[in-house]
Structure formats: structure tokens, C-alpha cells
Design a protein around this ligand. Structure first.
Ligand SMILES: Cc1ncc(COP(=O)(O)O)c(C=O)c1O
Length: 419
């Protein structure tokens, strides 16, 4: 696909300039308002955003904090996970998920993922609880790997698609585990709960959830930011204390806490962007459906799978192919940006060498990590840009190997289009 002067158009992985240019006046007003009132910390801008973000997520409480990492750490601490506990999560996530667990004093242990959704595998979670844990004499669930009590699970709604929450919540209830959602990539994503017989928003199903407002997220600030959502007012109160040096009242500290507040300017910016989130998510879904259609007959790539119970918000659009490095090189040469989410699963990261995991322990996460590529995905992505991306993929894959059965690929597309 070529622009009018016949130069191939380049396609960035992410365009963060256009949405800010469109909202420049509103966003500048936020800054002006903060300057005129000197309301930089706390106050009505933070409270207004918290109220409306809670509304979007369908929960009663939202506490703005300084990042998604802090949101996770505070949610884990406030939900009663104790130093020395084990918290289960997936290996194919941003390191912040595991960092937050460690920084809360607990230890991350991993559960492999589902080959199609890339989210926590229910079978693997069950196997972990049934076969890799035991009960001690007081009935506590103990990890056979580390000998520590297992008290919580953090499913990650990776790429903007929710993990299978009904099944996770059921197992968690059976084993007495607290569930904290890592919804850092899933603002506005929905899950059809068969148990509740309705669509539920990301961040409304666990005991608490964490969101990130890093600039590239579906709802992103002009700097760092995060939030904890929950229906538990006591837990929200704990997070409010943790984000503000453990104080309930200025200079009266119930405990030590952190400097983890959401800036008023960031809250004002997020509040100004919030009314656009539903439309931006719909545009992302539309772009995903277009990619699906354009790639449906290319059997050298595997498109994302969206179960019928999922309404994903495509924080990123991830395909799989055998010669991932070759495809990335080809796309780069053609002026098309790509990214990897994530190249090395956490159990194989140097940072976790002390946990003594080895290659082959989480085979699905490892296989997926070697084959994934994130294609350009943002609400303002044009049809011309998408056609160029998929044309270049076609050029590259005309000689590749990876061929899922035709029927499998076609049924993924029909499921998506019918969802
Ligand atoms: C899955 C996941 N968890 C946690 C985080 C941490 O969020 P932040 O970068 O705002 O600290 C991110 C952000 O990239 C993320 O993608």
C-alpha cells in the first residue's frame, strides 16, 4: 500500500502523539487549573477521577496510586498476603507482576498458561494446587517447591483479554486463596461470568485489582500512574494508608507506608481522557477484527484467540509465527514497528535465578515467548496502515512453515466475528 507519491507508508508500533494532539486543549486546561489552585497532591482532581474510574470498572472503590506496580504491591499487601507467603502468577507477564509480589515480602511461584488465550491455564492451576501443594498439620496450603504457605493468586489479563475468572475464583475459593487481578493491560475489558450470568468488567471480580496508567496503556496518563479497584471499603482504606506513608490523618501514622500517591495533574489528565476510553477500546477491537480478517488465510501466522466469554480490549495485538526474528527483521526493513510482550518468561529471567527454575518447566509460556510478535495497535491505526502491515507479512511468509489446521484458524475468526 502506497501513499500518493508512491513512497511506502511507514507504520509505527504505537502513535501516542495523535490522541494527545486531539485533546490538547482539554489536557492543557488540567495543567492550568492545577497551577491556578496549586492543587498538585490529592484533592478534587484525584477524587473525581477515582469516582468515575470506579464507575467504569463497576466497583465501589478506586484508589489512585503512583504506578501499576504500586497498585499491585498495595493490593497484595492490603489483601492480607504476609511476608513469606507464596503468590501464584503466570511467567509470561511484565516483571512488575512478580516484583510487586516480592516487594510485598512474598514469593512468586508460576503456573503455566493456556496455549490459545496466553492467560493462566485453569488445568495447570488445578494441577499446581492438587499435585504441587500439600496441607500442613494446621490445614494451611503449602507449596512443595518452597515449603511456604500459598495464600493468593494473581491472574494477569494479558494483552487486554481477561483470564478465565469464574474458574480461577472457583479454585481459589476451594483452596482458600485471595485473588488479585493484574488488570494493568485491561481497562474496560469484559468477561461473561456464567456464575453471575452477566458481563463483568476487568478489575471487578477479584478481591482487588491493579491498573497501570503508563502512557501507552489503553487509558494512559502523561507520566506514571496506577489505581487499585475493589468492592471492599476496608481494603481500599488500607491502600489509601499505604500510598500515603501509613497516615490516616496528616502526621499520624498507623504504620510505615510508601510515597505512592497519584499526582493531581495525572488524575486530571486521566479524567479528561476517561470519556474517550470506550470509543478507543471499540476502535482497538475493530482494528483487531480487521487484522483477523486480513490474516485469516495466512497459515504461517496464528492470530489471537478470543473465547466467547471474552470482550478483549487489545492493549496489544499478538500473532505467532515460527520465524519470529525473521519476520521482525522484514517488517523493520519495511518501516513497520513491532514489539515483544515478552521475549523471556519470568522464570528464566536473571532476576529470578535464585528461585532455581530451569528451561522446560513452563513449556507453553516458553514456546509462546519464542513465537510471538506484537503488531502495530492503537485506536488511530488506519485501514491503509493495516493493509500495509498484513501485505508485508504475506510477502515474508510466502515461504514459511507454521501451518495450524485451516479449520482451527477459520474457527478462531468466526468466534471473534460472532463475539
Ligand atoms: C501486566 C502488567 N503488570 C504490571 C504493570 C506495571 O505497571 P506500571 O508500569 O504502571 O508500574 C504493567 C505495566 O507495564 C503491566 O503490563
Amino acid at each position: 500500500m502506497y501513499s500518493s507519491d508512491a513512497v511506502p507508508i511507514s507504520v509505527p508500533f504505537l502513535d501516542l502523539v495523535t490522541p494527545h494532539a486531539e485533546l490538547e486543549e482539554e489536557l492543557t486546561d488540567v495543567f492550568r487549573k492545577a497551577l491556578r489552585t496549586a492543587g498538585f497532591i490529592g484533592g478534587p482532581m484525584v477524587e473525581g477521577f477515582e469516582k468515575d474510574f470506579a464507575g467504569l470498572c463497576g466497583v465501589s472503590q478506586c484508589v489512585g496510586v503512583s504506578s501499576g506496580t504500586d497498585a499491585l504491591r498495595f493490593a497484595i499487601m492490603a489483601s492480607g498476603v504476609r511476608p513469606g507467603d507464596v503468590v501464584l502468577t503466570v511467567p509470561n507477564t511484565f516483571i512488575a507482576t512478580a516484583e510487586a509480589i516480592s516487594q510485598a515480602g512474598a514469593m512468586p511461584e508460576f503456573v503455566d498458561i493456556d496455549e490459545r488465550t496466553y492467560n493462566m491455564s485453569i488445568e495447570m492451576l488445578r494441577q499446581c494446587l492438587e499435585e504441587h501443594c500439600t496441607r500442613d498439620t494446621s490445614g494451611r496450603l503449602i507449596s512443595l517447591r518452597s515449603g511456604r504457605p500459598v495464600t493468593a493468586v494473581v491472574p494477569v489479563h494479558l494483552y487486554g483479554q481477561m483470564a478465565d475468572m469464574d474458574s480461577i475464583l472457583k479454585l481459589a475459593e476451594q483452596y482458600g486463596l485471595t485473588v488479585i487481578e493484574d488488570a494493568c493491560q485491561a481497562h474496560g475489558a469484559e468477561y461473561f461470568s456464567k456464575k453471575l450470568n452477566r458481563w463483568m468488567k476487568a478489575g471487578s471480580m477479584g478481591r482487588a485489582a491493579a491498573f497501570s496508567f503508563y502512557p501507552g496503556k489503553n487509558l494512559g496518563g502523561c507520566g506514571e500512574g496506577g489505581a487499585v479497584t475493589t468492592n471492599d471499603a476496608t481494603l481500599a482504606g488500607q491502600v489509601r494508608m499505604l500510598r500515603d506513608h501509613g497516615q490516616v490523618k496528616k502526621y499520624y501514622h498507623e504504620s510505615e507506608g510508601y510515597n505512592g500517591r497519584l499526582d493531581a495533574i495525572q488524575a486530571g489528565i486521566l479524567h479528561a481522557k476517561l470519556p474517550h476510553l470506550t470509543m478507543w477500546n471499540a476502535q482497538r477491537r475493530d482494528r483487531a477484527a480487521t487484522y483477523d480478517r486480513l490474516l485469516a488465510n495466512n497459515h504461517a501466522v496464528r492470530i489471537p484467540y478470543e473465547p466467547l466469554w471474552s470482550r478483549a480490549v487489545y492493549h496489544v495485538y499478538v500473532i505467532r509465527t515460527k520465524d519470529r526474528e525473521g519476520m521482525m527483521r522484514h517488517l523493520k526493513g519495511a518501516g513497520i514497528g513491532t514489539a515483544l510482550h515478552y521475549p523471556v518468561p519470568l522464570h528464566l529471567q536473571k532476576a529470578y535465578a535464585l528461585l532455581n527454575y530451569s528451561v522446560g518447566e513452563y513449556p507453553i509460556a516458553e514456546r509462546v515467548a519464542a513465537e510471538i510478535i506484537s503488531l502495530p495497535m492503537f485506536p488511530h491505526l488506519t485501514a491503509e496502515q493495516q493493509a500495509r502491515v498484513t501485505d508485508e507479512i504475506r510477502v515474508f511468509t510466502s515461504e514459511t512453515l507454521f501451518k495450524p489446521a485451516q479449520s482451527e484458524q477459520s474457527s478462531m475468526v468466526s468466534a471473534r466475528l460472532g463475539a
